[in-house]
Design a protein around this ligand. Structure first.
Ligand SMILES: Cc1cc2nc3c(=O)[nH]c(=O)nc-3n(C[C@H](O)[C@H](O)[C@H](O)COP(=O)(O)OP(=O)(O)OC[C@H]3O[C@@H](n4cnc5c(N)ncnc54)[C@H](O)[C@@H]3O)c2cc1C
Length: 263
């Protein structure tokens, strides 16, 4: 794990309120082990926003990293005002990675909203390994998409309001792709209702699924204990809650669907 002052190379709005930032971070980029990991960003060195903000690594090429972020509140607004040449201080790489498919599995990658960031990183790994895969990207409306709907290339978009791709949620194309492939393997990151639906579906269909969970967290390194998620069938043992709850920052953010539960 490193702390690095990362010089911003580019920062632009790629869809409505959704930004992509690229920056030089050679130490963290070299240490990065794969898709799923995140960094913790200190946007300003002042006491107004002392807590770092976690962001998934969307791409890494050995010296530069990129993130894709949605403007939610104060710090993501500050990030969107950064210009090339400015810097941010980042801590990382943090968390675990998606573990890879085996043999003849067909990875189905599912990204909802800015949960797309680690999914695009995983898609890059699929492409580099020459693995046939499908990707489903869900958003509320067309203006939140920055990738084209290309079913011929196994890229499926969905929108809640039907303004781009298929109307409805990611579950439509997901159920179809699962039915059409003999050995599907689901990888997903996105809002909790989407992860809940995918978890229930994968367990009911007995399909392996890995879910990347974005719990709100204070520190990212296991100190604040703020990002817990209940383990499936976990119990408090020896007066410790660690068998019952997992820390997303240290044990996650990627979990096998059957290992966790949402409350
Ligand atoms: C492991 C991990 C990876 C993440 N990766 C990305 C990413 O790639 N792109 C991206 O845009 N965001 C990502 N997030 C979420 C991101 O960290 C928050 O959007 C960000 O911290 C918001 O900061 P802010 O100061 O702009 O908003 P704040 O003022 O801190 O938040 C505004 C409001 O948004 C809601 N909110 C903010 N963050 C979260 C959250 N994590 N979970 C639930 N509700 C939240 C809260 O209701 C909060 O009151 C990730 C979170 C985690 C834990």
């Amino acid at each position: 794990m490193h702390i690095e002052k990362a010089v911003i190379i580019s920062n632009s709005e790629v869809a409505h309120q959704i930004w992509e930032m690229k920056f030089e971070a050679p130490m963290i980029a070299k240490a990065s082990k794969g898709a799923g990991e995140f960094i913790n960003i200190l946007a300003m060195e002042n006491w107004q926003n002392p807590l770092r903000r976690p962001m998934s690594i969307a791409s890494s090429d050995g010296t530069t990293l990129s993130i894709i972020y949605k403007i939610f509140g104060e710090v993501t607004t500050i990030l969107s005002n950064k210009r090339p040449g400015d810097y941010i201080e980042i801590l990382g790489p943090l968390g675990n990675t998606f573990s890879h498919w085996q043999n003849d599995h067909h990875p189905i990658l599912v990204g909802g909203g800015v949960g797309l960031a680690p999914i695009l990183n995983l898609q890059h790994e699929c492409k580099s390994a020459g693995v046939d895969h499908s990707i489903i990207i869900g958003a509320r409306s067309a203006n939140e998409h920055f990738i084209d709907h290309e079913p011929d290339r196994k890229i499926y978009l969905t929108t809640d309001d039907g303004t781009a791709g298929e109307s409805g949620t990611v579950m439509g194309p997901l159920e179809r792709l699962v039915a059409d492939n003999t050995k599907p393997y689901i990888y997903a990151c996105g809002p909790e209702p989407m992860l809940v639906a995918i978890r229930e579906f994968s367990l009911a269909q007995n399909i392996p699924a890995q879910l990347s969970v974005e719990s709100y967290m204070g520190c990212g390194v296991g100190l604040c204990q703020g990002c817990v998620i209940p383990r499936q069938n976990g119990e408090i043992q020896h007066h410790s809650y660690h068998q019952k709850y997992s820390l997303v920052c240290l044990d996650g953010p990627v979990y096998e669907a059957e290992d966790i539960q949402f409350v």
